[in-house]
Design a protein around this ligand. Structure first.
Ligand SMILES: [Zn+2]
Ligand SMILES: [Zn+2]
Length: 405
């Protein structure tokens, strides 16, 4: 925290002097004073013991919000070039056979060539709130040349390489030609905004679901326990009222009273269940945080997919830092599941669930080709329902303001 604050303040033009114990003395220019709400000369402390006359800075309180004010829109979009060792992958046939497993089609490796690609690494912050609250970050990485989504392990490796590269030589952006970064078309173009948003809309929910699983399971446990308690209590009352009613002769007004009491207990039980459902309903809000455009050399596999009489060439990149071939992405779900089916018409690679039979007429069809309804009977496409609402996507400019490019 001290390192971050020191770096940020210096960057914003403040004079900063470390003081003991674990503190900073700050001479702040007016914009910094306004954003942070501090005087021209101030002292801040970070440890358990504060320097004399210092204010404590930590994760508690509103200091993170104040620093966010100071940062403003800076750092929302960055571009880095990583020059990786150009060593080619060993045994590409074996690598391909490992990554590409198709149930209803064959494929053939046409060739492997050195190439450049551009990744977008998008960070999102989500908060899930019900009776409990959880915050987490999800990073989505997409290869703009092939459309492949990166695995978490690859994202972690790239993040480590970026940290190391930043330490060695912060990239200024002026020396791209020196690093051999090619122009288009050898370097894939940035996608337009709608294409990025469409991919995010499909790719983010399954990844958040995976992060939320633990949270949701815990909530279901607590909900089940509360429902059981509610049921036990009302069931006993109801049974007791009915026992008393049935002990009385029919038409006896006391019997009617007991029956009405039993009915009222039933109503109260249902109302309490509704209260519980409201209490445990989970609201997830997702916010785009930042986008990193990462340009780097890769080795590009050209693969011919063959299904019946049709064929199509797809591209898959082998990343030299992660030292693995990127897995193709399902053309419909964009989930983390590896696509194992190839459709007849467009030769889309899809997961089995996106190629399942229509629930109305039984015909299997590709959801990437027909996302709205079944091509045979026009029954609405019921796959796969998610518990995410569209409001989720009314969202910020995930292309980092570079949509016009
Ligand atoms: Zn149908
Ligand atoms: Zn298709």
């Amino acid at each position: 925290m001290q390192g971050f604050v020191e770096t940020l303040l210096r960057h914003e033009g403040a004079l900063v002097e470390p003081i003991e114990p674990e503190g900073l003395e700050v001479l702040a220019p007016p914009p910094v004073q306004r954003a942070l709400g501090v005087a021209e000369l101030s002292r801040v402390g970070f440890g358990s013991t504060l320097p004399p006359a210092a204010e404590r800075v930590g994760l508690e309180g509103d200091w993170l919000e104040r620093f966010a004010r100071l940062l403003g829109p800076q750092g929302r979009y960055a571009r880095r070039v990583l020059s990786a060792p150009g060593r080619a992958p060993n045994d590409p046939e074996r690598l391909l056979g490992h990554e590409l497993v198709l149930d209803n089609a064959t494929f053939r490796l046409l060739g492997v060539t050195p190439a450049w690609t551009r990744y977008l690494l998008l960070d999102f912050r989500a908060s899930a709130v019900s009776d409990d609250k959880r915050d987490f970050i999800v990073r989505l990485g997409v290869n703009l040349a092939t459309g492949a989504l990166l695995l978490d392990a690859t994202l972690a490796t790239l993040a480590l390489s970026l940290d190391a590269a930043d330490l060695v030589a912060p990239f200024s952006g002026d020396d791209e030609a020196d690093r051999g970064v090619p122009e288009a078309p050898a370097l894939p173009a940035l996608w337009d905004r709608s294409r990025v948003l469409d991919l995010i809309a499909r790719a983010l929910p399954p990844r958040f679901d995976a992060k939320l699983d633990h949270f949701i399971a815990g909530m279901h446990r607590r909900l089940g326990r509360d429902q059981g308690r509610l049921h036990g209590y009302h069931n006993d009352l109801h049974r007791e009222a009915m026992r008393r009613a049935l002990a009385l002769p029919e038409g006896d007004p006391r019997r009617q009273r007991e029956e009405q009491r039993a009915a009222a207990i039933g109503r109260e039980y249902r109302a309490k269940l509704d209260d519980l459902a409201r209490q445990y309903a989970t609201r997830v809000t997702v916010e785009w945080v930042q986008t990193l455009e990462l340009v780097m050399p890769v080795h590009r596999f050209a693969v011919q997919i063959r299904r019946r009489k049709a064929d199509r060439v797809i591209l898959l990149d082998w990343n030299p830092l992660a030292r693995r071939l990127e897995t193709p992405t399902c053309a419909y779900t964009a989930s983390t599941e590896r696509p194992g089916m190839v459709c007849d018409d467009a030769l889309h690679l899809v997961v089995p669930a996106a190629f399942c039979p229509c629930p109305a007429c039984g015909r299997a069809f590709c959801r990437a080709c027909h996302p709205i309804c079944c091509p045979k009977c026009a029954a609405a496409n019921a796959l796969p329902t998610r518990r995410w609402t569209d409001r989720f996507w009314s969202a910020p400019d995930a292309t980092g303001g570079h949509a016009s490019r």
